[in-house]
Structures are given as structure tokens and as C-alpha cells.
Design a protein around this ligand. Structure first.
Ligand code: CP
Ligand code: NVA
Length: 305
């Protein structure tokens, strides 16, 4: 499949058919791999991974995914490239466009991605920014589909920070008309513009201060760290502000019987999620992590080849 966009900077860049098509293709690639279905659309292609923040899942799944599709990846950070010495993004974008076939970028401000995309002649893929984490939520939709048989017509609960992950869920909800209930403590709501846009596009969005209201009969219970990368200094204050927003057995008991628990990881057990829930039968976090690989492959196949 081909996407209706050249870059993947946010789920907002996609059409609903792109989202559902990627989920279907990732499922196909996942199911086919053990049977020997191994398309190599990245043969002779190189993907640059530019990471300005730490990563385990995203980095490894993009590296392994590139290799499984027949391509080569190279990993760059600020420490070992001229980016760390303030070479302008627009210069970096034009130089890398002459060597590689795509850039996968993990960074702080979304404007870094938009500037790279504006000057690059190759696709730019957002591997997480402060603003959003599109590849994660696309892959989470695959995990939901595997367990609930569909992604539409379900109740999604988000408990915790109105952060990058919450923003991507809002965008997915808007595009697919999902019911998404977010429980965030005061002062930690998602960006009101992202919320308004999701509603305007057809998402059934509820913002509440009560995690129980969000989780009531929910099919998917989703959470994330209280202090994201770059917010380490706020961790202590956030721990106080997020008291009562832990996904624990009591909260999960309010959700639908067949509800699944998602966490993009890494998790802080005892903060946003208890060890009991993480390790419990409704947690699908390991499968969720695996699915990153299958979704990265679907994304790269659609954008690069
Ligand atoms: N979920 C996720 O993006 O994990 P990493 O930070 O390890 O890439
Ligand atoms: N919200 C988290 C997600 C990590 C994958 C962060 O940005 O650190």
C-alpha cells in the first residue's frame, strides 16, 4: 500500500484509510513471517535513525525491521553527529537526503520534524516527539484489533498524563470516530487544540478528573509514565499531582471483563501502573511491544519503497 502522505509526522497526517490499511498490512506481515512471507522492499535502501532521546523498542524495531525488509539502517545521535554542534536542521536534511532513503527521528520539539520534512527530499518518520508518538499508537491499534477483533466501536480509556501518547490517541480517535475517555489530573490535560480537533473530526471524547469514570466498562485501558523524557526534573512534583491515577486492580475491575491493558513502556511500576496489573492476565504489553516491529515494517514499506 501507499500512504496519502509523504511523511509520517503525526497521525493527523494520515487519512482513516491509511491508518486501517497500515494495521491490516502489519497484521499480514506478522502472520506471514513465520510462513516465509518475507518481502524485501527496502533492498539497497538505507534508513537513518536520528535519536535525540533514549529508546529501546523504537530503535531496535526500526533497525530490525529495516533489515527484515532487506535494507540497512544507521544510527545517529547528537553526540556523534554535527547535529550536536548545531549544524542547522535544514542543512542536515538536504545532506542526508543525498545519502539515505528515509529519516526516522526521535526528538523534543515537533518543529524539528517539520523543518526536516520541509527540506528533505526523502520521507521523515516521527519516532516520538514531545508532541506525539504516531508509530506507537498505530501499532497499539494492531494490538487492540488482535484482542478485540476490531478497533472501531470500542471504549478506550486513557489514565494519566495528557502527553505525546494521549495526543496521538486523540488524533486516532478523531480520524476513526473512536470513543476515548481521558482521565488527567488538573494541569496535565492534553493540548486543548488537539482535543478540539479530535472532537471536530468525529471522535467521541470525554475529559474527566476521575479515572473511574474513564475506565467504566472500557474495552482498552491505557496508561503511560507520569514524567516523560525531558521532564525528569518534574518527576517528584508529578508523583504528587498524579496520586490516585494509578492503574491498579481496583480500577481495572471497573472496565469490561475482556478489557486489555496497554502501556507503551518503559513503565514505572508502582506509579502509573501496579506490578500486579502489569503482570496480570489482562496486560498485553509484551505483545504490544512486539507489534512495534510489525508496524514499523508496514510504515516503512508504505513510505519508502
Ligand atoms: N514505547 C517506546 O517508544 O519505547 P522506547 O522509548 O524504548 O523506544
Ligand atoms: N510519554 C513517554 C513515552 C515513552 C515511549 C515519553 O515521551 O517519555
Amino acid at each position: 500500500m501507499k500512504l496519502s502522505t509523504k511523511h509520517l509526522l503525526s497521525i493527523g497526517d494520515l487519512e482513516p484509510a491509511d491508518i486501517l490499511g497500515l494495521v491490516a498490512r502489519a497484521a499480514e506481515l506478522k502472520a506471514g513471517w513465520p510462513q516465509g512471507f518475507r518481502p524485501r522492499p527496502l533492498n539497497d535502501k538505507t534508513v537513518a535513525l536520528i535519536f535525540q532521546k533514549a529508546s529501546t523498542r523504537t530503535r531496535v524495531s526500526f533497525e530490525v525491521g529495516t533489515r527484515q525488509l532487506g535494507g540497512t539502517s544507521l544510527f545517529m545521535t547528537d553526540r556523534d553527529s554535527q547535529l550536536g554542534r548545531s549544524e542547522p536542521l535544514k542543512d542536515t536534511a538536504r545532506v542526508l537526503s543525498r545519502y539515505v532513503d528515509a529519516m526516522v527521528v526521535r526528538t523534543f520539539g515537533q518543529e524539528v520534524l517539520t523543518e526536516l520534512a520541509a527540506y528533505a527530499s526523502i520521507p521523515v518518520i516521527n519516532a516520538l516527539s514531545d508532541r506525539c508518538h504516531p508509530c506507537q499508537v498505530l501499532s497499539d491499534l494492531l494490538t487492540v484489533r488482535e484482542h478485540q477483533g476490531r478497533v472501531e466501536g470500542l471504549v478506550y480509556a486513557w489514565v494519566g498524563d495528557g502527553n505525546n501518547m494521549a495526543h496521538s490517541w486523540l488524533e486516532a480517535a478523531g480520524h476513526l470516530g473512536l470513543e476515548l475517555r481521558l482521565a488527567c489530573p488538573e494541569g496535565f490535560d492534553p493540548d486543548p487544540l488537539v482535543l478540539a480537533e479530535a472532537k471536530a473530526r468525529g471522535g467521541r471524547i470525554l475529559l474527566t478528573r476521575d479515572p473511574r469514570e474513564a475506565c467504566d466498562h472500557a474495552d482498552v485501558v491505557n496508561t503511560d509514565v507520569w514524567a516523560s523524557m525531558g521532564q525528569e526534573d518534574e518527576a517528584l512534583a508529578r508523583r504528587a499531582a498524579f496520586a490516585g491515577f494509578t492503574v491498579d486492580a481496583g480500577l481495572l475491575a471497573l472496565a469490561a471483563k475482556q478489557a486489555i491493558v496497554l502501556h507503551c513502556l518503559p513503565a514505572h511500576r508502582g506509579e502509573e501502573i501496579t506490578d500486579e496489573v502489569m503482570e496480570g492476565p489482562q496486560s498485553v504489553v509484551w505483545q504490544q511491544a512486539e507489534n512495534r516491529l510489525h508496524m514499523q515494517k508496514a510504515i516503512m514499506e508504505a513510505l519508502i519503497s
